[in-house]
Ligand binder design. Structure first.
Ligand code: GLN
Length: 231
């Protein structure tokens, strides 16, 4: 799935690798195409409409689930955005139907009655280790409400916006290098520090080991996204 500006996320990863002389190869994976868990450092699942998600969910379970689990257990990065996040969980309940997910994250999503959760959003993220708390800013647009099961860590705390379910104050989910978030619009051009964190994790490096880049423009994009969210 790749609506909601998902290509922008991939471009940012590609450019930031290229600027540092890190090789980058993008391999799309369509319906029915198996994944090779050891062939990639980072797996990306984009956003989608409910209709697309049904098709993708079936295929994810049948042809990609095992490989994604194998990749995650050897610490490859798996990033799911919005519809992709929902399908990294256990299920997405929708109009009497239950769309199954690959269950890499202990979350389940329900399309409850009520408005879609739409708007600019900012969250505070503590990725762990010695890394300081940082802000991710983006845009959300989802009908599903995602609930974290006991013991499942959120990606961040909502500063502004709706987050996972519009009421719990948390956004996204994270386990090891598997991350799900509702932030798109797209996410990484507005938060290049997070793109670098993903690149570093995918390569088994500390983010501080990546060569610094001139991020003046990117900083402006980040600040503008934060301002839009009012943070
Ligand atoms: N279809 C899902 C929902 O509305 C995901 C939307 C998205 O990917 N932006 O909840």
């Amino acid at each position: 799935m790749n609506i909601y500006a998902d290509r922008g996320n991939l471009l940012v990863l590609e450019r930031r690798c290229a600027w540092r002389g890190i090789g980058f190869e993008l391999t799309p994976s369509g319906l029915g195409e198996p994944l090779h868990p050891d062939a990639h450092d980072l797996f990306y699942l984009g956003g989608g409409q409910d209709r697309d998600q049904r098709l993708c969910a079936e295929d994810l379970i049948e042809t990609k689930r095992e490989a994604l689990h194998a990749a995650a257990s050897r610490d490859a990065v798996v990033l799911g955005v919005c519809g992709g996040y929902q399908l990294l969980g256990h299920s997405y309940a929708l109009g009497g139907d239950q769309i199954p997910g690959v269950a890499l994250l202990d979350v389940h999503t329900v399309r409850e009655d009520g408005p879609r959760l739409i708007g600019n959003v900012a969250i505070e993220v503590a990725l762990g280790g010695d890394e300081p708390t940082q802000v991710l800013a983006g845009f959300e647009n989802h009908g599903g409400r995602t609930h974290l099961d006991d013991g499942q860590r959120a990606l961040g705390r909502v500063l502004k916006g709706h987050g996972n379910d519009g009421r719990g104050g948390f956004e996204g989910a994270m386990r090891g290098n598997t991350i799900g978030t509702y932030l798109h619009g797209p996410l990484l051009p507005k938060n290049v520090w997070f793109a670098d964190w993903l690149i570093a994790r995918a390569l088994g490096l500390d983010p501080a080991e990546l060569a610094p880049l001139d991020d003046r423009l990117e900083q402006q994009a980040h600040l503008s996204a934060r301002r839009a969210a009012g943070v």
